[in-house]
Each structure stands twice: as structure tokens, then as C-alpha cells.
Design a protein around this ligand. Structure first.
Ligand SMILES: Nc1ncnc2c1ncn2[C@@H]1O[C@H](COP(=O)(O)OP(=O)(O)OP(=O)(O)O)[C@@H](O)[C@H]1O
Ligand SMILES: [Mg+2]
Length: 259
């Protein structure tokens, strides 16, 4: 199982959009995918139709040691795609966990107990570098960083990469950034092209070749309760996330160690 954190402390860069649509495309290609919603905004859970009222047990209870991961999993409209949902309650978790011994390794331990195996696990992180994101980085083996290409925000990226480096040194030696996903790409603007060029110059091969284009369909998609390939098949968004899924699967042949 590839354990991947989708992280960027910057808000609104398409972490959640990537979690559901990339996850759904990989499932469509026959893979078993588990998504973990680690954001108190619970955007991923509401997108997947898991409302707070219907969710008795969520990732909040897992982090607080009151439930096992398998007890909170729900399936979805897409075959092969599973979700560990979040609710707004999760907003209180950081405060409660602040004084816990071993607070950074809780999610890792819970994942190690998960008997069921998936091909991919994606953790949708909140837009902060707090305890929850550190738990994700400790539980993950890889980090994918979605980056908005409409603005040049490489400073924020450096902060994130420094944090990942610290987690690697102190908590999780096997952690690597294995993918940077250029999102909201607008080929009509010089800025988008410049951002991608700068990312490639700085991070080279870990920037995925597939660019996720700016797409109204993707922006509309969350209210439909469906991933993009079901909401707007044939749209740029559906095409781009499917190409990204294929690029990821294709890359495994070249890098067998990432399994
Ligand atoms: N390729 C795209 N084209 C157009 N709109 C997009 C695209 N990707 C994401 N969006 C929109 O941008 C907004 C932010 O996306 P999203 O919620 O996925 O980001 P996020 O990084 O998860 O945000 P947060 O940090 O708040 O969790 C959403 O309104 C989403 O619909
Ligand atoms: Mg999000």
C-alpha cells in the first residue's frame, strides 16, 4: 500500500479536489483506494456525501484512541473507493492531543493495525502544519504536494519542505516528497507557465508531467457529490485526473521501490 499525504499548509490549492478525483480515477482503473479526511472543514467527507449527522464515528475518534480505523470506514459511489470521514469535531482534536505522549504517531499506529490492504492511501491534510498534519506526515511514506499555479508561492513550499525534512529526521526516516502536482493551470497566462517552469527547475522529476488545468467543471463538482469523471465525463478535469492516475501507475514500473 502506498501511503501518501496530500499536504500543503496553504489553503485552497486543491488538496481535497485531488484526493477525491485522483482517488476515484485510480479506483476506476481497478485499484483499491482509501481516503482519510484529516481536515476539520470535512470538505472531502461532505463531497463524498457523508454528512456530520450520519457520521457517528469519524477520524476524530480514531485520533483520540476511541475507535479503530476499520470501524469508521465507509464505502462510496465509486467501486473500490473508501473513506475514513471527518466532522467538525476534529477541530477540537489538536487541543486535546497537545499534551498527549506520542501524539504525533497515533495515526501511524492506527494504520499499522489496519488489516485490510489497499493499493493507495491518501490523507487529505488541513491547511496548517499542526498536530494533525504531523500525524499524516508520520504515518505516510510519501508526500504529494498540490500547488496552485495561478500564483507564485515558492516560499510557502520551502516552509513545507523544511517541515517534511524535520519529520523525516525526527519521526519518519522513510518519508519522501515523491510528487508535486501543478493544479489550476491556465495555459493562457504567462504566470501559470512560469510557475510550472520554476517548479521543474527547482524540483525536477518529482513534478508530475500531467498538469491539472483550471476548470469550471472541477470547481462545480463538490456540490454534485460525485467525482469529476462521473459528474462531467470528458471534461478537462476528468481527463487531467485520469492522466495523472495513469502517470502514477506508469511511474511504478520505473520505480518499483515506491510500492
Ligand atoms: N483545477 C481546478 N480548476 C478550478 N477550480 C479548482 C480546481 N481545483 C480546485 N478548484 C477549486 O478551488 C477551491 C479549493 O480547492 P480545494 O478545496 O480542493 O483546496 P484545498 O487545498 O483542499 O483547500 P483547503 O486548504 O481549504 O482544504 C475549491 O473551490 C475547488 O473547487
Ligand atoms: Mg481541503
Amino acid at each position: 500500500m502506498r501511503r501518501i499525504a496530500l499536504a500543503n499548509q496553504k489553503g485552497g490549492v486543491a488538496k481535497t479536489t485531488t484526493a477525491i478525483n485522483l482517488g476515484a480515477c485510480l479506483a476506476e482503473l481497478g485499484k483499491k483506494v482509501l481516503l482519510i479526511d484529516l481536515d476539520p472543514q470535512a470538505n472531502l467527507s461532505s463531497w463524498m456525501g457523508v454528512g456530520s449527522e450520519s457520521t457517528e464515528r469519524s477520524i476524530y475518534h480514531v485520533l483520540l484512541g476511541e475507535a479503530e480505523l476499520k470501524e469508521v470506514l465507509t464505502d462510496s459511489k465509486v467501486k473500490g473507493l473508501w473513506l475514513a470521514p471527518a466532522t467538525v469535531e476534529l477541530a477540537g482534536a489538536e487541543k486535546i492531543l497537545a499534551n498527549e505522549v506520542g501524539r504525533d504517531i497515533i495515526l501511524k499506529q492506527k494504520l499499522d493495525h489496519l488489516v485490510e490492504d489497499y493499493d493507495y492511501l491518501f490523507m487529505d491534510c488541513p491547511p496548517s502544519l499542526g498536530i494533525i498534519t504531523i500525524n499524516a506526515l508520520t504515518a505516510a511514506r510519501e508526500v504529494f504536494i498540490p500547488v496552485e499555479t495561478k500564483i507564485l508561492a515558492l516560499n510557502g513550499l520551502v516552509t513545507l519542505i523544511n517541515t517534511i525534512q524535520l519529520v523525516k529526521e525526527r519521526l519518519n526516516p522513510s518519508l519522501e516528497v515523491t510528487g508535486i502536482i501543478a493544479c489550476m493551470f491556465d495555459s493562457r497566462t504567462n504566470l501559470s507557465r512560469e510557475v510550472v517552469e520554476k517548479l521543474r527547475a527547482r524540483f525536477d522529476k518529482i513534478v508530475f508531467k500531467t498538469l491539472i488545468r483550471d476548470s469550471v467543471r472541477l470547481a462545480e463538482c463538490p456540490i454534485s457529490g460525485l467525482p469529476i469523471h462521473l459528474y462531467a465525463p470528458g471534461s478537462h478535469g476528468a481527463e487531467d485526473y485520469m492522466n495523472l492516475a495513469k502517470e502514477i501507475i506508469g511511474g511504478e514500473k520505473e520505480r518499483p521501490t515506491c510500492k
